[in-house]
Ligand binder design. Structure first.
Ligand code: GCV
Length: 703
């Protein structure tokens, strides 16, 4: 049996219908079939009440909020500050009179935390602020029947990072080059269409709900490349931003705005945007005051400055600290932050000049500025030194600025990882990045850097991968990346396979599939290793790019080789890779602290998967794996295609066990992935065979 699973919007006859993603109604079955008590007041408590009420109406449970109480609840969701809970078990937990709860450790719950416990046959969620209650409720939903199991351990839950943000690269106007969404692969924007706001509140609200359920608490509504119309979101089009903020607010999602550094000139009519000019400072202060008048919980600004042609402080002989502090000063009285992006490099470099290295640029620009940024400046750093490749070392900037709040930027939209036509579950890759220790085993992790002191650091940001496609992410399995981002931002130590299990449980509910265990096994078999599969059939050993210029889909080995973009592989008849050593190359390895400065410098010690990022080596160089570089290239490219063929077969076997619309969409995407993987394999293998003249040890067909 298979049952189509659609979102609440299926009730909106005549309007578009979208997939429920990880919150189909049946995800609330356990909660909705019980007596539930909600205790407390506030906008987000109302959201909890609304969610619980709808679930109970559907599944036969009952909900109490306010007197007359008289209820033997199975579930109590209570704000501690709301006073006595009219339920004995929950009240004793609130008073700290329950041993299990006391054993759950100390510590404040904060604005978003909650305590979850099973006390005398009652499941209790306690929070100190409404957002905590909302997150606690979604935890109960995730647990399903296990939330009502007497073995449920009592635990306090708090997000490791306060800031868990999705940046949308959405344009208001359809941009002639980048379209409605820059690097968007899931249809149109949820916010904007063809120059205007969409006002699709039902869809937006559902989006906020999905975000809250995985822990995301902020979004940016427009592209970091701020064009003319989008610049005006700050001023005369602010109403559209306020409207979005209002729709998302009940789910605890705050709104941020990308702004143009040139706004005082293009919007304010000033002759300059010089950050040290008093007129400019006054203009930003006034504009920001107006933003907070309309949106009191506004999160802050995002700025891409002096990067890929965007305006910035360099035009006035000022540096990035001057620029960022200008906006920080305007935001500070209102509690907002400016996220200033560190993605700054020379995109007009001369490919003949081998000493200039794009990988070095962010560190060269920003590390010397450590300590100069105001407290409410967050420097937002892409996780790798180049640009969201399927394999890069972690950016050395993340280890170089202890006196600056740093945010780590990931890319959920799959610009370089198959553009949501290929299955590529990014959880394992992000987890590897977050667990990396830039100062070696004795030092902290990248997640610690993003968390800062007590979670108040810059946080984790991802470029969003959703659009108005019925499946949100076009490839239904790419929903897992959005979900995994939120969960890893909440707890970077979560294991990607376990996150996938959560997503599978919530999305592919047993009631909607004929054979839940087979569906689960199939999902894992297809997705667990899909990032590594993608890596195998694309650019080898960390060298990166080799994509078609412009749109970045599919192979073109030399596509960027003789361009100004700084992304080269330097393959010749003898070898391939970029020499970034201090001894003979660009010196990039010197931007890392020990031990990585030494590990990466050494051809012998450098991890295989990053060898060509750091070294130019002969084709017959022997890797730690025992294979030569050239044989590794051939083997992994043949293996990658076989793995995609196996994914396709596996998916065929679950036809009939999942929603047919989802099955068709995934099947169609897997066909394209297979075609594309074959193209990658044949172009990469042929290119390196022709360059090197070294035949495949196994005599397989190379063109
Ligand atoms: C929004 C890469 C992408 C651009 C993107 C840029 C950035 O260069 O290809 O589309 O611009 O990164 O992160 O600013």
């Amino acid at each position: 049996m298979s049952v189509p699973v659609t979102g609440r919007a299926s009730a909106h006859a005549g309007k578009s219908i979208w997939h429920a993603a990880w919150l189909p109604p049946a995800a609330f079955r356990e909660l909705g079939s019980r007596p539930v008590l909600v205790h407390g007041e506030g906008l987000l408590v109302d959201t909890v009440l609304d969610e619980v009420s709808r679930a109970c109406a559907r599944y036969g449970g009952r909900v109490w909020h306010g007197p007359p109480w008289q209820v033997d609840a199975d579930l109590v969701l209570a704000l501690r500050e709301a006073g006595r809970v009219p339920n004995v078990a929950a009240e004793s937990a609130r008073l700290g009179a329950t041993p299990a709860v006391n054993g759950a450790g100390d510590g404040a719950l904060g604005d978003e935390g909650y305590l979850l416990a099973r006390v005398d046959g009652v499941t209790v969620v306690l929070a100190d602020a409404p957002a905590g209650l909302l997150y606690g409720m979604f935890h109960v939903v995730r647990l399903g029947a296990a939330a009502f199991d007497d073995e449920l351990p009592a635990r306090r839950h708090r997000p490791a990072l306060d800031r868990r943000i999705l940046d949308h690269w959405d344009n208001v106007d359809i941009h002639p080059v980048s379209g409605q969404i820059e690097r968007g692969y899931a249809g149109g924007s949820l916010f904007w269409r063809d120059g205007a706001a969409r006002h699709d509140h039902a869809r937006l609200r559902d989006y906020g709900r999905l975000l809250a359920a995985c822990g995301v608490n902020a979004i940016t509504v427009n592209n970091v490349n701020v064009h003319d119309t989008e610049a005006r979101l700050l001023t005369d089009r602010l109403g559209d931003v306020a409207e979005t903020a209002q729709v998302l607010r009940p789910y605890g999602v705050r709104v941020h705005l990308s702004v143009s550094f040139a706004a005082p000139v293009v919007l304010g009519g000033l002759p300059t945007a010089d950050p040290l000019d008093d007129r400019v400072r006054a203009w930003w202060a006034a504009a920001t005051r107006r933003v907070y008048q309309r949106i009191p919980d506004f999160g802050g600004y995002v700025v891409k400055a002096d990067s890929e042609g965007r305006p910035g402080p360099f035009a006035y002989g000022r540096d990035h600290a001057d620029g960022a502090n200008l906006l920080a000063e305007a935001l500070a009285p209102h509690g907002g932050v400016v996220r200033w992006r560190a993605f700054v490099y020379d995109h007009r470099q001369d490919w003949r000049d081998r000493s200039t290295d794009r990988a070095r640029a962010a560190h060269d620009h920003f590390a010397p500025l450590d300590g100069r940024f105001d407290d409410n400046v967050i420097l937002q750093v892409k996780f790798g030194p180049i640009d969201f490749q399927p394999r890069e070392p972690v950016s050395p900037v993340l280890a170089a600025m202890p006196a600056t709040r740093l945010a780590v930027e990931l890319q959920a939209t799959q610009e370089y990882t198959g553009q949501q036509r290929h299955v590529c579950y990014l959880g394992p890759w992000w987890s590897e990045v977050l667990r990396f220790r830039p100062r070696g085993e004795a030092g902290g992790t990248i997640a610690d850097v993003a968390a800062g002191r007590a979670g108040a650091g810059g946080g984790l940001v991802a470029v969003a991968n959703v659009g108005d496609d019925p499946f949100w992410t076009a490839h239904p399995l790419a929903q897992a990346n959005l979900y995994a981002f939120g969960r890893l931002a909440w707890d970077p130590l979560l294991v990607p396979g376990a996150i996938l299990d959560e997503w599978i449980d919530l999305t592919w509910l047993p009631v909607a599939t004929g054979d839940p265990e087979t569906v689960r096994r199939t999902m894992h078999a297809i997705m667990d290793d899909s990032w590594r599969t993608y890596e195998r059939y694309t650019a080898p050993l960390g060298v990166g790019f080799m994509v078609r210029p412009g749109h970045h889909y599919g192979p073109d080995v030399d596509g960027y080789e003789y361009t100004p973009w700084g992304t080269y592989h330097f393959a010749d008849r003898d070898g391939v890779g970029v020499d970034r050593t201090r001894a003979t190359g660009t010196g990039f390895t010197g931007q890392y602290p020990p031990p990585w400065s030494e590990v990466y410098e050494s051809r012998e010690r450098c991890p295989d998967e990053l060898l060509l990022f750091f070294h130019h080596v002969p084709y017959r160089h022997v890797l730690h794996s025992g294979r030569t570089v050239i044989q590794h290239i051939y083997d992994t490219h043949f293996a990658g295609v076989e793995e995609v063929a196996a994914m396709r077969e596996r998916w065929r076997l679950v036809a009939g066990a999942v929603d047919p619309a989802v099955h068709d969409r995934v099947a169609e995407r897997l066909d394209e992935q297979f075609r594309s993987a074959v193209e990658w394999r044949d172009q990469i293998n042929t290119y390196f065979f022709r360059k090197s003249g070294v035949p495949d040890a196994h005599g397989r067909r190379i063109h």
